[in-house]
Design a protein around this ligand. Sequence first.
Ligand SMILES: NC(=O)c1ccc[n+]([C@@H]2O[C@H](COP(=O)([O-])OP(=O)(O)OC[C@H]3O[C@@H](n4cnc5c(N)ncnc54)[C@H](O)[C@@H]3O)[C@@H](O)[C@H]2O)c1
Length: 453
Amino acid sequence: MTEISALEDNSQQLVDHQNCNLTALLQKINTKTARVSVIGLGYVGLPFLLEKAKVGLNVIGIDRLSHRVAAVKAGKSYITGIDDAELQQVIASGLVDTTTDYAGLVDADVIVICVPTPLDKNLCPDLQYVVHVAQHIAKYLQRGQLVSLESTTYPGTTQEIIKPILEENGLIAGEDFFLAHSPERVDPGNQRYNTINTNKVVGGNDPQSLIAAEAFYKLAIENVVSVSSAKVAEMVKVFENTYRAVNIALANEMALLCDRMDINVWEVLDAAFTKPFGIMPFYPGPGVGGHCIPVDPHYLEWKAKEFHFQTRFIMLASEINRKMPKFVVDKIARLLNQKQKALNGANVLMLGITYKKDVPDYRESPALIIYELLQRAGVNIGYHDPFVPEIELDGHKIVSMELNSTIVGGADLVLITTAHTTIDYQKIVDQAQIVLDTRNVTKGMQTNKVVLL
Ligand SMILES: NC(=O)c1ccc[n+]([C@@H]2O[C@H](COP(=O)([O-])OP(=O)(O)OC[C@H]3O[C@@H](n4cnc5c(N)ncnc54)[C@H](O)[C@@H]3O)[C@@H](O)[C@H]2O)c1
């Protein structure tokens, strides 16, 4: 055999081998006999698990927290938007199991990673959860498996971090197993858009991986948007969240200026958003919170530095958004001052501890920062949040207060930090001495007791 024909022979064998792994996986996906493993059963992972079981796939959920594993088995939901009845119905189908043990990954055809991607204390990416999970997957990785990362991260993570860890097993991505990134876009609490009717972006490590991932995601999602690489898919997600962070910062900056100029920023924005083109509504608030907006842009900012590039919009947006809690505290001080009261010793009732309305999630919530700033200034602060019965701050347990006329009327100022729809704001305004509304939930109320952000 000549050298050229030996090379051709080898490359033909490689193509056959790739095709054989891909064909077998596609066959299982298309006949819905593929077994799916979801790692990380939180806001992203649990809805994902249910969505796949609902289309008839066998799904095993893995979480390091045994109480979450047990709760799912018992049909007890801990995630907003999923009620116990829905969970129990899916569990009753017999298609779902949960465990803390990774050994079951051996039998999976598709493995989906939904673990947290937070920042460390220097605002740098903390990929410890993703790395830990990838190391576990590498131990059990099999030929023909598809591994897909759903966690939000900087462009390059799938190929630069996950791929080498998985390949330590001796298998090659794109040949022996398939690797993709498909960023989750779930919006907890959104009544209109769920994981099925929200377009899903998918990027593969290589063309074969993309084919496998597209086939998998199309099973349960109405519209799959394929992009040319995992890196592009990663960039799509961080761009989306940067877009939100920057536009919220713009609205916040307008609020800071309007405060100085004595202009009602809400009136300005509402009128501006009547323009039917070229503008999208974004509103100011007490700051940004949650697992995405204050976090994800910094993943991109960090990665950009590797290319000697400064993401100035991200830096500026972060600076403005992080200023808002302090601005709220300063405004409270001004309002109390007008009543000849000091912050020190004042009674303030905070309405809402979560970062957005109608969800129980208070991770990175600006309300927590405001709470601490007020406490440090000597304010007697208490909170009410129908979704958060208690919080722990500096090792101290703080319990949500009852809402009654004594508590509301007894506060020198009521601060609205979250626009939960179950609170009767008209009643609050009627009973309160003065209200600082950072969400414009009192819009339309005829009163001189309310001051807007
Ligand atoms: N929450 C959202 O609205 C949202 C939306 C889009 C994307 N995301 C992204 O999705 C990812 C997951 O976010 P989330 O909100 O679901 O997080 P979460 O904290 O709600 O859930 C993560 C789960 O992973 C588990 N976990 C952590 N390490 C593990 C390990 N080594 N093995 C097994 N389980 C492990 C945790 O116990 C937890 O149950 C993040 O990257 C986030 O940025 C979140």
